[in-house]
Design a protein around this ligand. Structure first.
Ligand code: APR
Ligand code: PHB
Length: 390
């Protein structure tokens, strides 16, 4: 098999890159370790920046997003039992975010790819990258027990944090930066109407909580929990009781409970690998960087990487210029680090850090008071939350 760009991973990064290149007439093959159903079964975040929405539109995959996505012009911060609204639109000259599940983004991209007859190999195992430091990279893999090779001009490693692409880079060529937080998020998805029309981020002295949603009839809630907590210890009832306790009285009264469709614990981590290019191999998305979910930047960062990378490859094939390719790593990383900073800051502001004690909690409350009483402070949050420009 031969293609122009071999893409490893059919998550949002790989699929969006594939679609943007497809629209530009560049041929791709995606190799994905899992089945399509497995990929679509993963519950992930659901807040899209305007830049991400625009990119999905450029890929021609925004029809359902325009119909079903919920535009949000504000978010809420709750502390000391009181809720305060941050008017995102007013603070950013009209910008908003759109609530639309990552699973839905993935489904729309998969359908567009199938309609375009672009090749995706699901359940491709043993993916092994070779020759990316030379002119003709090759990807080896197995499908249904049969060994195959894919020759290409470039490899895009879009295979997530545990993917093979980052691990294929020679030792010493990569520098990594990491912070692991001493807690996790316990998430619950349920077919109940959201407690509030907009998201509520809660700083409670017993820990963070978040009210989010997927649609007017499906809610997504989170509670800060210990890093080694077991999901089996959390009955639905215990989750709902603890969530209600951490909310302001109005949200607590509006909370509608129901059986969990899904309940899971996710660790919180900040991670960056540099650089993002090694000869003819590029890294994009979670394979290169992880943010804690506070601030909902994970998918949006994958999208901005893909924006820079697709432009670079389109320039290469269209004009024969390597300028975009040469600039890719630095351009993407500049934005990555700003989102790392914002996600770290929101995490630090809203969670309970036992090692910081009561002093740390008072400092958080002072900063939250400042945020909701100063337009200058709120504007900084708003500008980052709706997404810095690509
Ligand atoms: N070979 C082939 N595919 C692989 C391999 C491998 N060795 N390893 C991983 N994959 C696949 C995974 O099965 C997954 O479908 O790569 C895909 C990576 O997808 P994601 O983990 O969703 O990563 P990405 O596309 O970068 O999306 C980033 O996803 O987790 C969220 O917070 C994150 O929202 C952000 C977004
Ligand atoms: C979600 O809806 O899953 C979600 C929303 C906002 C976040 C994180 C997760 O900051």
């Amino acid at each position: 098999m031969r293609t122009q760009v071999a893409i490893i991973g059919a998550g949002p990064a790989g699929l969006l890159l594939g679609q943007l290149l497809q629209v530009a007439g560049i041929e791709t093959v995606i190799l994905e370790r899992r089945s399509a159903d497995y990929v679509l079964g993963r519950i992930r975040a659901g807040v899209l920046e305007q830049g991400t929405v625009d990119l999905i539109a450029r890929a021609g995959c925004d029809a359902r997003l325009r119909q079903e996505g919920l535009p949000h012009a504000g978010v809420n911060l709750c502390f000391d039992g009181k809720r305060h609204r941050i008017d995102l639109a007013a603070l950013t000259a009209g910008k908003e975010v759109v609530v639309y599940g990552q699973t839905e983004v993935t489904r729309d991209l998969m359908e567009a790819r199938a309609a375009a007859d672009a090749r995706t190999v699901y359940e491709a195992t043993g993916v092994h990258l070779e020759g990316f430091e030379r002119a003709r990279p090759v990807v080896h893999f197995r499908k249904g027990g049969i060994a195959q090779t894919l020759e290409c001009d470039f490899i895009a490693g879009c295979d997530g944090f545990y993917g093979v692409s980052r691990q294929s880079v020679p030792e010493g060529a990569l520098e990594t930066f990491e912070r692991v937080y001493p807690f996790g998020w316990l998430g619950l998805l349920a077919d109940v109407p959201p407690a509030n029309e907009e998201l509520i981020y809660v700083n409670h002295e017993d820990g963070f909580a978040l009210c989010s949603m997927r649609s007017p009839t499906r809610s997504r809630y989170y509670l800060q929990c210990d890093a080694d907590e077991k999901v089996e210890n959390w009955s639905d009832q215990r989750f709902w009781d603890e969530l209600r306790r951490r909310l302001d009285p109005e949200a607590a009264a509006a909370l509608v409970t129901g059986p969990a469709l899904e309940k899971s614990i996710a660790p919180l981590r900040s991670f960056v690998a540099e650089p993002l290019r090694f000869g003819r191999l590029f890294l994009a998305g979670d394979v290169a960087h992880i943010v804690p979910p506070t601030g909902a930047k994970g998918l949006n960062l994958a999208a901005s990487d893909v924006h820079y990378l697709s432009e670079a490859l389109i320039e290469y094939y269209g004009e024969g210029s390597s300028a975009g390719i040469d600039a890719y790593s630095a351009r993407a990383l500049a934005r990555v680090w700003k989102a790392e900073r914002f996600s770290w800051w929101m995490t630090s502001l809203l969670h309970r850090f036992p090692e910081n004690g009561r002093f740390g909690h008072r400092i958080q409350l002072a900063e939250l008071e400042y945020l909701v009483s100063s337009d200058a402070a709120a504007a900084s949050l708003a500008e980052n939350y709706v997404g810095l420009p690509f």
